[in-house]
Design a protein around this ligand. Sequence first.
Ligand code: SER
Length: 331
Amino acid sequence: MARILVIGVGQIGSELGPALVEQGHEVVLADRLPPEETAGWDVLTKGMGEDGVRRRWHRLDVLDTPALTGLIREMRPDTTYHLAALLSATGEKDPDLCWRVNVETTRTVMSTLSKLGAATAPRLIVPSSIAAFGPLPGQTETPAVTPDLYPMLPTSMYGITKVVGELLGAYAAAKQGVDFRGLRFPGLLNTAPPGGGSSDFANLMYFAAAAGQREVEVFCRPDTTIPFMYMPDAIRAIIELAEAPAARLSRRTYNVAAMSPSAADIAAALAARVGPFDVRYVPDFRQAILDSWPRALDDAPARTDWGWQPRWDLAGMTDDLLAQLGWVPRA
Ligand code: SER
């Protein structure tokens, strides 16, 4: 049993928390909001019951540095998942806040962990993203299948903060005795609403279809193609990476991939199940962000080093997610 701190309980944390509790760990969930006001409340309570959520909940504004360092010093976690972040669309609306939340709190967590004087290097997992990549100068796209080692030239403030997080993590591992691990996630889908990402167009389509809507408007073109992953795969990936023996890791941050459907492919997968489903494509500022991202990630090092293997494809995810969202096929 490990002492595990999850900072930021949103779309990922609301499923990661119950999974870690299920494994028998001592888990503290820290978030700025009371649990019933978070997007993942339903997922959390389904996973560990209302009492289980409240018992483990710790109200924390990550920008309150004394509170953040105080919690870490008091708890002395073996493993910390730092998930508090502004995503790409919200980050573009307030780049300064995006930097403070995504970068400065990551620095604080790293330096606080490094000063705990723990016998074993405290483990720190911080997700990165497909948004860490961007086109080379003079080009408009990143390679169709982008490898781990490719120039990182993000165009969004969110992407910039993710690259900085990766670099700080490598530094903390080399110089500060923190066992940092990161993974570049695709757009993630589950029943919890995501918090202001550019990949949210896909989540919106699933939520609309499951609610019985016959049409939905999304903010991208139908040919928009980026990597996606179903949350059960993402939770397995982050836990597998956190638990992998250090000797197996050839780098600190890994690409992980599962599927790369276009927006039109997702619409077709939904229509095949729910019947006529009219998607109106009205691109906004998020289109440029989406266009700058890889269409697919090459995750060979994750597969080789720690055995990463996705289990969910578009068809399987569509069936399962519609059911999880309460969609009932018409008789
Ligand atoms: N889902 C994220 C976003 O859209 C990508 O990491 O910002």
